[in-house]
Ligand binder design. Structure first.
Ligand code: FAD
Length: 631
């Protein structure tokens, strides 16, 4: 019989990015025995790759900024589909979470008078992103890890053991949540290096597993982003919302092919970079949608003046929200005005002195020099859209981060959760989201563990099931090749559920995904248990598949275009659809889709907007309700 390593914890956090680390810190500060699990090496999460910064209305660079302006920008960015309460908590609490990081030892770039510096980013009215050059995520992770080490040192003093109350399981993949009735009872997984199995028993589990990008070939995401947390939640009885909304970042590298998709940070545009087509035209001026017309410059002269005098000029259209810029690039390339490699030009070389470029965008300078042999201080970059971020995720109660649905004791924070960003996330709002809701998830997971009079039990049968499922591909070496299946999945998603969608193609995608699901059921892996990436991918595939089905189903259902969901056959936003969230749940292995109303903003929040703006998004009934409020 298989030996399964077994541990007991109060709180288990799956994922060691910003959300997971912040949740674990909070649970440990509440005195709980806490485990952190990460699929890759500790410290190597998407959070570490974040470049631009963390959005927080501290008002350091423009004192007009405050939480209400940030809230408005976030709701506009998400096209008013956001869970307003999450957007409100996020806007109010982000500054404290950033300042708190300083007390943990973070060193942000500074303004001349010594405050945390803040930079411009798409969709943010004022300079708002706290940053460290273009390596903000690195500082965030470094600081959170350092805080964890300092807590471990305290525990060493008190208990003689660094890991008495907080332990990291690195290179460990969770494959299953274990339930006791409707209660989370723990999780099951394997060590990547040895292939040994591990069971962590806990009455509270926080999902902080990040995104789903690896279902697409052209993506900024790294190998571990296979939607595991999304799928674990579904299988445990939780709901996913907003899965049709995927963010295609406008600027990924397009050349050479081996690096296609790697991110080119939005800071390049925030700091003055401009987009040009192959005819040399700065084309974004032709793509400002009506809802944003008043806020964006209509001449290059005004746009350029904005960088030095933002109060008296309107923003350059290169800084529209990401969905707008990605669609614009897509249209230019389609119209035959793209580069040979299928992108457009992004230029800083004619906009800033070489010295400034190297100082403000050091990683971009090196990335292009090393990967593409392009010197961005002398030549333009070539860029195009890349699958970057999933707005959809686990539906949670906003204040507690507790998952909705039939399961108790399951929490979700960071990219794996849904609702906060509506149909489109603003750049910089993720790093702040991680901190705000990571903390909340940790706090409420700890409280949940305390609230139970008896601990849920892990039944032997549940463990046996999890073990059987994990070993199935190895018992089937003649089965389907996981790499072939993954690349077929990527073709279906990229071609049929990509940046621009159509009814017929989405229907086709669902048929193909159903066929792939059967084949994934017969996936095999050769070789043994020790560090076997083929086996690991075989296990990830069922997660990618169910999450992709949610995306395709919801994309077919939503007959409008909004944020990260563009339907060529249903252009424009439809106010009736704004009131609806699409909810995915599992019935057996079938994805079931239902409609649920988007929560209505509280009066004092809705009054932060003027009626003309609301009328662009809302139904007549909603506007009548707004008018009644005003009277
Ligand atoms: P992640 O940081 O993605 O961490 C997920 C963790 O879960 C990892 O430790 C992973 O190993 C683990 N995990 C996953 N599955 C399992 C499993 N089955 N078992 C165990 N562990 C598992 N956002 C901004 O706000 N500003 C930016 O400037 C910015 N720049 C970005 C640049 C790049 C290149 C990328 C890819 C993203 C960027 N983003 C940015 C987005 C942001 O970085 C991510 O959305 C955010 O970091 C997600 O954080 P997280 O804590 O939710 O998850």
């Amino acid at each position: 019989t298989e030996r399964i390593e077994r541990h007991q914890y109060d709180v288990v956090v799956i994922g060691a990015g910003g959300a997971g680390l912040r949740a674990a810190i909070e649970a440990r500060l509440a005195g709980k025995k806490t485990a952190i699990i990460s699929k890759s090496l500790f410290g190597k999460a998407h959070t570490v790759m974040a470049e631009g910064g963390a959005a927080a209305a501290m008002g350091n660079v423009n004192s007009n900024d405050n939480w209400m302006v940030h809230f408005r920008d976030t709701m506009r960015g998400g096209k008013f589909l956001n869970n307003f309460r999450m957007a409100e908590l996020h806007a109010k609490e982000s500054p404290s979470r950033i300042w708190e990081l300083e007390t943990y030892g973070a060193l942000f770039d500074r303004t001349k008078d010594g405050k945390i510096s803040q930079r411009n980013f798409g969709g943010h009215e004022y300079p708002r992103l706290a940053h460290v050059g273009d390596r903000t995520g690195l500082e965030l992770i470094r600081t959170l890890q350092q805080k964890i080490v300092s807590l471990q040192q305290e525990d060493k003093k008190e208990f003689g053991d660094y890991e008495a109350r907080i332990k990291v399981f690195a290179e460990t993949t969770v494959t299953e949540l274990i339930l006791d009735g409707d209660q989370v009872a723990g999780c099951f997984g394997y060590y990547r290096e040895t292939g040994g199995f591990i069971l962590l028993e806990a009455p509270a589990v926080v999902l902080a597993t990040g995104g789903v990008g690896k279902s697409y070939k052209v993506t900024s995401n790294s190998w571990e982003y296979t939607g595991d947390g999304h799928a674990l939640a579904l299988r445990a009885g939780a709901n996913l919302i907003n899965m049709e909304f995927l963010q295609f970042h406008p600027t990924g590298m397009v050349w050479p092919p081996s690096v296609k998709g790697i991110l080119v940070t939005e800071s390049v545009r925030g700091d003055g970079g401009v987009l040009k087509n192959s005819e040399g035209k700065r084309f974004m001026f032709s793509y400002v949608p009506d809802v944003f017309r008043k806020m964006y410059a209509d001449t290059e002269e005004e746009a350029d003046r904005w960088y030095t005098d933002a109060d008296n000029n309107r923003r350059p259209p290169e800084l529209l929200p990401r969905d707008e810029v990605a669609r614009a690039i897509n249209s230019e390339v389609k119209a035959g005005r793209g580069t040979k490699a299928g992108g457009v030009f992004l230029d800083v070389s004619t906009r800033m002195p070489a010295e400034t470029i190297r100082k403000r965008l050091p990683s971009m300078y090196h990335q292009f020099k090393e990967l593409a042999d392009v010197d961005i201080t002398k030549q333009p970059m070539e860029v195009g859209p890349t699958c970057h971020y999933v707005m959809g995720g686990v539906e949670v109660e906003p204040d507690s981060a507790h998952a909705t649905g039939t399961v108790r004791g399951l929490f979700a924070a960071g990219e794996v959760s849904g609702g906060m960003h509506g149909s489109n996330r603003l750049g910089g709002n993720s790093l702040s989201d991680l901190l705000v809701f990571g903390k909340r998830a940790g706090e409420h997971a700890a409280a949940h563990a305390d609230s139970l009079s008896t601990r849920p039990r892990v039944a032997d049968a549940a463990v046996a099931d999890a073990l059987r499922t994990a070993l199935a591909p190895l018992a089937n070496p003649e089965g389907e090749n996981p790499y072939a299946l993954q690349s077929e999945l990527q073709v279906v998603m990229g071609d049929l559920v990509g940046i621009i969608r159509r009814r017929g193609e989405l229907e086709d995608a669902l048929v193909r995904l159903a066929a792939l699901r059967k084949r994934v059921g017969n996936v095999g892996a050769t070789g043994g248990r020790k560090y076997n990436p083929g086996w690991h991918l075989a296990l990830d595939l069922r997660n990618m598949l169910v999450v992709s089905e949610c995306t395709a189903k919801a994309a077919l259902e939503r007959e409008e275009s909004r944020g990260g969901h563009t339907r060529e056959d249903a252009p424009g936003m439809n106010p009736q659809w704004r009131t609806k969230n699409l909810v995915c749940a599992l019935d057996g292995d079938q994805v079931v889709l239902t409609h649920k109303p988007v929560p209505t903003m509280r009066p004092e929040l809705i009054r932060l907007f003027d009626r003309t703006e609301l009328s662009k998004y809302m139904t007549d009934e909603e506007l009548a309700a707004f008018d009644a409020l005003a009277e």
